[in-house]
Design a protein around this ligand. Structure first.
Ligand code: ATP
Length: 399
C-alpha cells in the first residue's frame, strides 16, 4: 500500500521512470521516503533523476544503495532536517561559502578538505553544516554532526569506560564529520589530542571534515599549533551578511512565518535587528504575536530606566554606575547585561540603547549585546542566570 504512494506519484509524472523505480525498495516515512537502489548504478541514476526534475512529492527523498542501508542506520543521525540548502537565502556575502558547501556535500573528501567556515553569531554556520550533512546523507554517506562540546563530553565518557578505541573508531569511520563551535576546543587538551588522531585518520582515507567556528583558525586560543595548521590546510572561508542579503532573508522569513510582505514591516525589522539571522527570526516571531502596531512603539525611557534599575539591583550596584563609562569589570558586565535585557525584553532598538548609554554609534550596543550572547553560549551558569533575570524582569514589567 505504502509502496504505491511514491510509485503512483512517479507513474503520473513519468511513465518511463516508474518501471525503473519499481526495482527499488521503497520505504515511506512521515516526512521522507527512502529509495533503496538495487545497485550503485541505480542509485546514481535515481539521484540524477531527482536532482534534474522539479520534484514536488512533499516529502524529502533519500536515495541509498542496498549495501549502504544497514551501515547508515547503524549511525543514528542527529542532523536537523529543516536545515537544508533549499531554504538557505543566498546573497553576496554568503554565496561563495554556500557553493563550496554544496560541492563538499556532493563530493565529500574530494574537493575542499578540510573545509573551515568561520563567522559571527547567527549567520547560518550551523544551518550550512546540517545542510551538508543532510545532502551527504541522502547521497548515502555516513555522517556525524557534533558540536565540539558534545565531542569532548563523549570522549571523556568513553575514556572513563576504558573504551577510547571505540570512540576513535566511531569518529574515524565516517565519510563526513561535521564539527560545530570549534572555538570551544580552547584549553581542552585531551580532546585536542583525540581530535588530531581522528583528523589524521579521516584525512588519510580521503574522508571529509567540515569545521565551524566563530573566528579564523589564527585567532583561536589555546589550541595546539599542529591542530591549527591542519584546520588551515584546506579551505578557510568566512561567512558574512550584507544589507541586500539581510533584506532577502527578512522577506523569505516573513513568507515562511505566514506574514504579509508589508514594506513598513520589512523596514521595521531591518532597522531593529543587527547582522544576525537568529535575531531577525526572533523579531519576526515577536511581530507575529504582538503585531506591527505595538512592536515598533518606542519603549519609553521610563522602561529602560526600569531595566537599568532592575539590573543594578541584581548586581548590588547603583543605576548611575551603569550609565557611566567605567573600567571596573563588574560594572561593564552589568551594563552589557542591562543593554541585552533592553533588547530582549523591551525590544528597544540598538540606536536607542546606544543613545541611552551615552554612545553615539548604534554599533556600540550591538557589540555589547553580542558579548552577552557569546557568554550565554559558552557558560551554562551564566545562561541560567540570564534566563532567571529575563523571567523576573518580564514579571516585574508585567509583560
Ligand atoms: N542565509 C540564511 N538563510 C536562511 N536562514 C538562515 C540563514 N542564515 C541563518 N539562518 C537561520 O538563522 C538561524 C541561526 O543560524 P545558525 O544557527 O546556523 O547560525 P550560526 O552562524 O551557527 O550561529 P552560532 O554561531 O550562534 O551558532 C537559524 O534558524 C538559521 O536557519
Amino acid at each position: 500500500m505504502e509502496r504505491q504512494d511514491f510509485l503512483s506519484f512517479i507513474e503520473q509524472a513519468d511513465k518511463f521512470a516508474v518501471g525503473i523505480f519499481r526495482q527499488f525498495k521503497i520505504e515511506e516515512r512521515d516526512n521522507s521516503v527512502i529509495l533503496i537502489a538495487p545497485t550503485e548504478a541505480y542509485k546514481r541514476w535515481a539521484m540524477e533523476y531527482i536532482k534534474s526534475r522539479v520534484f514536488n512529492y512533499g516529502k524529502r527523498i533519500e536515495v541509498r544503495s542496498a549495501g549502504e542501508r544497514e551501515k547508515n542506520e547503524a549511525y543514528p543521525s542527529n542532523l536537523i532536517e529543516k536545515y537544508s540548502f533549499d531554504n538557505f537565502v543566498v546573497g553576496k556575502a554568503n554565496e561563495l561559502v554556500y557553493k563550496v558547501c554544496i560541492e563538499v556535500a556532493e563530493y565529500p573528501g574530494s574537493s575542499f578538505n578540510p573545509l573551515f567556515i568561520y563567522g559571527k553569531v547567527g549567520l547560518g554556520k550551523t544551518h550550512l553544516l546540517h545542510a551538508i550533512g543532510n545532502r551527504a546523507r541522502d547521497g548515502g554517506y555516513k555522517v556525524i554532526y557534533s558540536p565540539i562540546t558534545d565531542f569532548s563530553d563523549e570522549m571523556i565518557a568513553y575514556l572513563k569506560k576504558g573504551q577510547i578505541e571505540a570512540f576513535r573508531n566511531k569518529y574515524s569511520s565516517v565519510d563526513v564529520l561535521l564539527l560545530d563551535d570549534v572555538q570551544f576546543l580552547s584549553g581542552k587538551e585531551r580532546t585536542q589530542i583525540e581530535l588530531f588522531r581522528v583528523f589524521e585518520s579521516i584525512y588519510s582515507k580521503d574522508k571529509q571534515m567540515v569545521l565551524v567556528s566563530d573566528r579564523h583558525p589564527k585567532d583561536l586560543k589555546d589550541i595546539s599549533d599542529r591542530l591549527i595548521s591542519r584546520f588551515e590546510s584546506g579551505l578557510v572561508i568566512e561567512i558574512g551578511l550584507d544589507d541586500e542579503t539581510k533584506l532577502s532573508i527578512i522577506k523569505q522569513k516573513l513568507i515562511l512565518y505566514g506574514m504579509p510582505l508589508d514594506q513598513k514591516v520589512i523596514d521595521h525589522i531591518f532597522e531593529n535587528t543587527g547582522y544576525n539571522v537568529r535575531e531577525i527570526e526572533g523579531a519576526i516571531k515577536t511581530l507575529k504575536v504582538v503585531g506591527i502596531k505595538e512592536t515598533p512603539k518606542k519603549k519609553s525611557v521610563k522602561d529602560i530606566n526600569f531595566v537599568v534599575e532592575f539590573t543594578a539591583r541584581h548586581f548590588k550596584l547603583k543605576p548611575e554606575d551603569l550609565k557611566k563609562e567605567g573600567k571596573e569589570r563588574k560594572i561593564i558586565n552589568a551594563r552589557h547585561i542591562a543593554m541585552y535585557l533592553c533588547k530582549m525584553v523591551l525590544g528597544t532598538s540598538y540606536a536607542e540603547i546606544s543613545r541611552y548609554f551615552g554612545k553615539k554609534d548604534h554599533t556600540s550596543a550591538i557589540y555589547s549585546i553580542r558579548k552577552v550572547e557569546e557568554k550565554i553560549r559558552q557558560d551554562r551558569k551564566f545562561k541560567y542566570m540570564m534566563t532567571f533575570l529575563e523571567r523576573h524582569l518580564r514579571k516585574e514589567l508585567e509583560l
